[in-house]
Design a protein around this ligand. Structure first.
Ligand code: GLY
Length: 364
């Protein structure tokens, strides 16, 4: 078991990571001296899989618990779902001390975090993530929000949780494609900060989650350590935190161009990292052997879904509409070597077009 601190002055908080930790949630919250009254925001599926040990642990610590069930899936990450949570919180007559526990994957974490941030001008929140992606990324760092019909995460605020409680054993019920989606993000952490982590993912991922529980916990801990360090230095993404977007400039455009249906988030980022490396070979002195090492780690997780029949200009159109397209120029996070990336501003449009065209052409 490990504790990693996100260091943000009076808003600092621990990330507790350990196999079997779900059943200690109540004791952890009690030690943090948060409210006696808790509301667990989750989905029906997660509650039926893992709700029992969580509720038992909370009650054992003499905490009052009320569940609030919301629908699952990205298409429900909307203001309408937030409204449902507000109504439930109002019915439950919560006060400003009531603790909201976000129990689920990235979508639940973002919506419940946003509802907590805004109801009564802010309730405390604890994240208990149940997917690999949420355990290593979205539950840490305080980004909360919802989608609008015109785009993803367009409404949101930073609202740091009071704690993040990570139990890697919960991943044993995760569909394999969802596990892989998180593994691509783990590759991302290796490339941006740690050559040893990239090796760990490459060598051990095929044994996750069941056959190497220690290795999985170690990988999650390393990713969380990197995320915590970056968020502690740049909470609101004024500069450094942007490096977490390695692979995301092209990846987000691929997700949007395929209507969020053909690719998981991680698969889109996998393609995005490979394309970003092609740019980095041209623009950031990334050696071909280093690019090959990263690309092999991505492809070794599983062959990425084909992008056949996807038109390059459709993807490009989404890139031009992205938040990262600022003042008519592209900003990319590009690897220099494994363990080090740079934020490269003013990436020439013809270079981006050419990489995208040839990558999609090779897929057809
Ligand atoms: N997932 C990127 C960030 O939290 O900044």
């Amino acid at each position: 078991m490990s504790t990693i601190q996100v260091a943000l002055g009076s808003r600092s908080y621990p990330i507790e990571i350990g196999n079997g930790l779900l059943s200690q949630t109540g004791a952890i919250l009690q030690a943090l001296q948060l409210s006696q009254n808790t509301v667990v925001v989750s989905s029906k599926r997660i509650l039926s899989l893992h709700g029992e040990p969580l509720f038992r642990s909370l009650r054992r610590a003499a905490l009052n618990v009320a569940p609030v069930v919301i629908p699952e899936g990205e298409r429900h990450k909307t203001l309408a779902t937030v409204d449902k949570i507000y109504h439930a919180l109002s019915r439950l007559r919560v006060n400003r001390k009531t603790l909201v526990i976000a129990f689920g994957g990235g979508v639940v974490g973002d919506i419940a975090g946003f509802a907590a941030a805004s109801y009564l001008r802010g309730l405390p929140c604890v994240q208990v993530p149940t997917t690999l992606l949420a355990q290593i990324d979205s539950a840490i760092g305080g980004k909360t929000g919802v989608n609008l019909p015109s785009g993803k995460n367009l409404v949101g605020v930073f609202h740091q949780p009071r704690a993040v409680i990570v139990d890697p054993l919960l991943l044993s019920t995760l569909p394999p494609r969802e596990l892989r989606s998180g593994l691509y993000e783990a590759v991302k952490y290796g490339v941006i900060r740690s050559s040893a982590l990239l090796d760990l993912v490459a060598q051990k991922h095929s044994r996750f989650p069941q056959r190497d529980k220690q290795g999985l916990e170690q990988m999650i801990t390393e990713c969380a350590r990197i995320k915590a360090e970056i968020v502690s230095q740049d909470e609101t993404e004024s500069e450094l935190r942007m490096i977490l977007n390695y692979g995301h400039t092209l990846g987000h455009a691929l997700e949007a161009a395929t209507h969020y249906k053909r690719l998981t988030h991680g698969e889109a980022i996998g393609h995005g990292m490979i394309m970003a490396n092609q740019l980095a070979e041209r623009l950031n002195n990334l050696e071909a052997s280093e690019a090959a090492r990263i690309n092999a780690a991505v492809q070794h997780i599983a062959p990425l879904p084909s992008l056949r029949q996807l038109r390059w200009n459709e993807v490009y159109r989404h890139m031009l509409a992205d938040k990262k397209f600022v003042d008519q120029s592209f900003r990319f996070v590009l690897a220099r070597r494994v363990g080090h990336v740079d934020i490269v501003k003013d990436v020439p449009r013809p270079a981006v077009e050419s990489v995208l065209r040839s990558y999609l052409h090779a897929q057809s």
